[in-house]
Design a protein around this ligand. Structure first.
Ligand code: CA
Length: 241
Protein backbone atom coordinates (compact mmCIF):
# COMPACT_ATOMS: atom_id res chain seq x y z
CA UNK A 1 0.00 0.00 0.00
CA UNK A 2 2.67 2.44 1.07
CA UNK A 3 4.86 2.07 -2.08
CA UNK A 4 1.77 2.75 -4.24
CA UNK A 5 0.94 5.88 -2.25
CA UNK A 6 4.56 6.95 -2.55
CA UNK A 7 4.46 6.49 -6.34
CA UNK A 8 1.12 8.34 -6.60
CA UNK A 9 2.45 11.14 -4.42
CA UNK A 10 5.49 11.43 -6.66
CA UNK A 11 3.30 11.57 -9.78
CA UNK A 12 1.15 14.19 -8.09
CA UNK A 13 4.14 16.44 -7.44
CA UNK A 14 5.41 15.93 -11.00
CA UNK A 15 1.99 17.02 -12.24
CA UNK A 16 2.10 20.08 -9.96
CA UNK A 17 5.57 20.94 -11.29
CA UNK A 18 4.38 20.62 -14.90
CA UNK A 19 1.40 22.88 -14.15
CA UNK A 20 3.69 25.42 -12.50
CA UNK A 21 6.12 25.45 -15.45
CA UNK A 22 3.23 25.79 -17.92
CA UNK A 23 1.79 28.65 -15.86
CA UNK A 24 5.19 30.37 -15.70
CA UNK A 25 5.57 30.04 -19.47
CA UNK A 26 2.10 31.51 -19.96
CA UNK A 27 2.99 34.45 -17.71
CA UNK A 28 6.09 35.12 -19.78
CA UNK A 29 4.47 34.91 -23.19
CA UNK A 30 0.88 35.90 -22.61
CA UNK A 31 0.49 39.36 -21.28
CA UNK A 32 -3.08 40.58 -21.21
CA UNK A 33 -4.29 41.13 -24.76
CA UNK A 34 -4.90 44.84 -24.10
CA UNK A 35 -2.17 46.73 -25.94
CA UNK A 36 -1.23 50.41 -25.95
CA UNK A 37 0.32 50.32 -29.41
CA UNK A 38 1.53 47.83 -32.04
CA UNK A 39 3.85 48.54 -34.95
CA UNK A 40 6.25 47.08 -37.44
CA UNK A 41 9.80 48.41 -37.66
CA UNK A 42 12.37 48.79 -40.44
CA UNK A 43 14.27 45.70 -39.24
CA UNK A 44 11.26 43.62 -40.25
CA UNK A 45 10.01 42.94 -36.73
CA UNK A 46 6.65 43.63 -35.17
CA UNK A 47 6.41 44.91 -31.61
CA UNK A 48 3.41 45.12 -29.27
CA UNK A 49 3.58 47.57 -26.34
CA UNK A 50 1.78 47.27 -23.03
CA UNK A 51 2.53 49.58 -20.12
CA UNK A 52 6.26 49.38 -19.46
CA UNK A 53 6.73 46.15 -21.45
CA UNK A 54 7.19 45.29 -25.12
CA UNK A 55 6.71 41.97 -26.89
CA UNK A 56 8.42 41.11 -30.18
CA UNK A 57 6.23 38.90 -32.31
CA UNK A 58 7.48 35.94 -34.31
CA UNK A 59 7.75 36.40 -38.11
CA UNK A 60 4.34 34.73 -38.53
CA UNK A 61 2.90 37.42 -36.27
CA UNK A 62 0.99 34.87 -34.27
CA UNK A 63 3.24 34.34 -31.27
CA UNK A 64 5.46 36.23 -28.83
CA UNK A 65 9.17 35.65 -29.59
CA UNK A 66 11.22 33.71 -26.99
CA UNK A 67 12.54 35.95 -24.19
CA UNK A 68 9.74 38.49 -24.49
CA UNK A 69 8.05 40.53 -23.13
CA UNK A 70 10.93 42.77 -22.03
CA UNK A 71 11.02 46.25 -20.47
CA UNK A 72 10.57 48.85 -23.21
CA UNK A 73 13.66 50.68 -21.94
CA UNK A 74 15.85 47.65 -22.66
CA UNK A 75 14.76 47.34 -26.30
CA UNK A 76 13.85 50.88 -27.40
CA UNK A 77 16.28 53.01 -25.40
CA UNK A 78 14.86 56.49 -24.85
CA UNK A 79 11.24 55.50 -25.38
CA UNK A 80 8.88 56.03 -22.42
CA UNK A 81 6.31 53.59 -21.03
CA UNK A 82 2.54 53.77 -21.50
CA UNK A 83 2.59 54.89 -25.13
CA UNK A 84 -0.45 56.28 -26.91
CA UNK A 85 0.20 55.00 -30.43
CA UNK A 86 2.83 53.86 -32.94
CA UNK A 87 3.17 54.17 -36.69
CA UNK A 88 5.58 52.82 -39.34
CA UNK A 89 6.27 54.42 -42.71
CA UNK A 90 7.73 51.74 -44.99
CA UNK A 91 9.15 54.04 -47.63
CA UNK A 92 11.28 55.99 -45.13
CA UNK A 93 11.85 53.09 -42.73
CA UNK A 94 10.99 55.34 -39.82
CA UNK A 95 8.81 54.35 -36.88
CA UNK A 96 6.97 56.99 -34.89
CA UNK A 97 5.73 56.71 -31.32
CA UNK A 98 3.22 59.11 -29.81
CA UNK A 99 2.63 59.95 -26.17
CA UNK A 100 0.70 62.95 -24.90
CA UNK A 101 1.66 65.94 -27.02
CA UNK A 102 5.05 64.55 -28.09
CA UNK A 103 6.36 62.03 -30.61
CA UNK A 104 9.55 59.96 -30.94
CA UNK A 105 11.15 58.87 -34.24
CA UNK A 106 13.10 55.60 -34.41
CA UNK A 107 15.24 53.89 -37.03
CA UNK A 108 14.71 50.24 -36.17
CA UNK A 109 15.12 50.23 -32.39
CA UNK A 110 17.40 53.31 -32.29
CA UNK A 111 16.03 56.72 -31.33
CA UNK A 112 16.92 59.41 -33.89
CA UNK A 113 18.71 62.43 -32.46
CA UNK A 114 16.64 65.50 -31.61
CA UNK A 115 13.62 63.59 -30.35
CA UNK A 116 11.06 63.77 -28.77
CA UNK A 117 9.41 66.67 -30.57
CA UNK A 118 6.02 68.35 -30.33
CA UNK A 119 3.18 66.77 -32.33
CA UNK A 120 1.65 70.15 -33.09
CA UNK A 121 4.87 71.47 -34.60
CA UNK A 122 5.26 68.66 -37.13
CA UNK A 123 1.90 66.92 -37.59
CA UNK A 124 -0.46 69.80 -38.25
CA UNK A 125 -4.01 69.03 -37.18
CA UNK A 126 -3.14 65.87 -35.24
CA UNK A 127 -4.30 66.21 -31.60
CA UNK A 128 -2.52 65.24 -28.38
CA UNK A 129 -3.41 62.00 -26.57
CA UNK A 130 -4.37 59.94 -29.62
CA UNK A 131 -5.59 56.35 -29.24
CA UNK A 132 -3.98 54.72 -32.29
CA UNK A 133 -2.41 55.39 -35.69
CA UNK A 134 -1.94 53.36 -38.85
CA UNK A 135 -0.99 53.62 -42.52
CA UNK A 136 -3.90 52.19 -44.49
CA UNK A 137 -3.00 50.17 -47.58
CA UNK A 138 -6.36 51.04 -49.13
CA UNK A 139 -5.10 54.50 -50.09
CA UNK A 140 -1.65 54.89 -48.54
CA UNK A 141 -2.90 57.61 -46.23
CA UNK A 142 -2.06 57.80 -42.54
CA UNK A 143 -4.94 57.72 -40.07
CA UNK A 144 -5.04 58.81 -36.45
CA UNK A 145 -7.79 57.72 -34.08
CA UNK A 146 -9.04 59.46 -30.95
CA UNK A 147 -12.26 58.66 -29.12
CA UNK A 148 -15.11 58.36 -31.60
CA UNK A 149 -13.39 60.25 -34.42
CA UNK A 150 -10.50 59.73 -36.84
CA UNK A 151 -8.15 62.05 -38.72
CA UNK A 152 -6.77 61.47 -42.24
CA UNK A 153 -3.23 62.80 -42.55
CA UNK A 154 -1.77 63.82 -45.91
CA UNK A 155 2.00 63.37 -46.17
CA UNK A 156 2.19 65.55 -49.29
CA UNK A 157 0.82 68.58 -47.45
CA UNK A 158 2.09 67.52 -44.01
CA UNK A 159 -1.25 68.21 -42.42
CA UNK A 160 -4.64 66.66 -41.67
CA UNK A 161 -6.94 66.81 -44.71
CA UNK A 162 -9.82 69.29 -44.64
CA UNK A 163 -13.12 67.82 -43.48
CA UNK A 164 -11.51 65.92 -40.63
CA UNK A 165 -11.96 64.72 -37.91
CA UNK A 166 -14.77 62.42 -38.99
CA UNK A 167 -16.82 59.87 -37.06
CA UNK A 168 -16.18 56.13 -37.32
CA UNK A 169 -18.37 54.64 -40.03
CA UNK A 170 -18.62 57.94 -41.89
CA UNK A 171 -16.91 57.26 -45.23
CA UNK A 172 -14.57 54.70 -43.62
CA UNK A 173 -14.06 52.20 -40.78
CA UNK A 174 -17.54 50.72 -40.98
CA UNK A 175 -18.02 48.00 -38.40
CA UNK A 176 -15.29 49.21 -36.07
CA UNK A 177 -16.14 50.21 -32.49
CA UNK A 178 -14.76 53.32 -30.84
CA UNK A 179 -12.56 54.08 -29.11
CA UNK A 180 -9.83 51.63 -30.14
CA UNK A 181 -6.60 50.90 -28.29
CA UNK A 182 -4.16 50.11 -31.09
CA UNK A 183 -3.89 49.44 -34.82
CA UNK A 184 -1.27 48.22 -37.27
CA UNK A 185 -0.98 46.96 -40.81
CA UNK A 186 0.29 43.43 -41.28
CA UNK A 187 2.29 42.03 -44.20
CA UNK A 188 -0.88 40.47 -45.61
CA UNK A 189 -2.15 43.95 -46.49
CA UNK A 190 -4.87 43.80 -43.88
CA UNK A 191 -5.22 46.21 -41.00
CA UNK A 192 -5.79 44.99 -37.45
CA UNK A 193 -7.58 47.02 -34.79
CA UNK A 194 -7.46 46.23 -31.11
CA UNK A 195 -10.05 47.15 -28.51
CA UNK A 196 -9.89 45.75 -25.00
CA UNK A 197 -9.23 42.02 -25.16
CA UNK A 198 -10.48 41.74 -28.73
CA UNK A 199 -9.22 42.50 -32.22
CA UNK A 200 -10.84 43.20 -35.58
CA UNK A 201 -9.39 42.39 -39.00
CA UNK A 202 -10.20 45.09 -41.50
CA UNK A 203 -10.33 44.07 -45.15
CA UNK A 204 -8.58 46.97 -46.90
CA UNK A 205 -9.72 45.81 -50.34
CA UNK A 206 -13.40 45.61 -49.42
CA UNK A 207 -13.25 48.52 -46.95
CA UNK A 208 -15.02 46.73 -44.11
CA UNK A 209 -14.40 44.47 -41.11
CA UNK A 210 -14.04 40.82 -42.18
CA UNK A 211 -16.84 38.50 -41.09
CA UNK A 212 -16.17 36.44 -37.97
CA UNK A 213 -14.57 39.29 -36.05
CA UNK A 214 -13.88 40.40 -33.34
CA UNK A 215 -11.79 37.59 -31.85
CA UNK A 216 -9.99 37.26 -28.51
CA UNK A 217 -6.45 38.63 -28.97
CA UNK A 218 -4.56 36.30 -26.65
CA UNK A 219 -6.37 33.16 -27.77
CA UNK A 220 -6.72 33.68 -31.51
CA UNK A 221 -3.91 36.06 -32.38
CA UNK A 222 -1.13 35.26 -29.90
CA UNK A 223 -1.98 31.60 -29.55
CA UNK A 224 -2.22 31.76 -25.76
CA UNK A 225 -4.65 29.65 -23.78
CA UNK A 226 -5.73 32.61 -21.69
CA UNK A 227 -4.51 36.03 -20.65
CA UNK A 228 -2.12 36.07 -17.71
CA UNK A 229 -0.80 39.34 -16.31
CA UNK A 230 2.89 39.83 -15.66
CA UNK A 231 4.06 39.87 -12.09
CA UNK A 232 4.47 43.27 -10.48
CA UNK A 233 8.18 42.55 -10.01
CA UNK A 234 8.63 42.13 -13.77
CA UNK A 235 6.63 45.24 -14.53
CA UNK A 236 8.82 47.28 -12.20
CA UNK A 237 12.01 46.58 -14.15
CA UNK A 238 13.48 49.80 -15.63
CA UNK A 239 11.28 51.83 -13.32
CA UNK A 240 13.65 54.75 -13.77
CA UNK A 241 12.22 55.53 -17.21
CA1 CA B 1 -3.26 53.32 -27.73
Amino acid sequence: MFPILKRDTCLFFILLLQMHLKSAQAREECVSGVYDAITRTSDGNTYAFQGSMVSKLTPSGNYVAPGYPKPICSVFVGLPSHLDAALHWENTGKTYFFKGCQYYRFSGTTLDSGYPKSISANWQGVPCDIDAAVVWSGNGRTYFFKGSVYYRYNRDTNRVDSGYPSSFGTNRWSGLPSPINAAFQWKNGKTYFFRGEQYYRYNDGQDRVDSGYPLITTEEWLGCEKSSPLSEATKDMCYFV
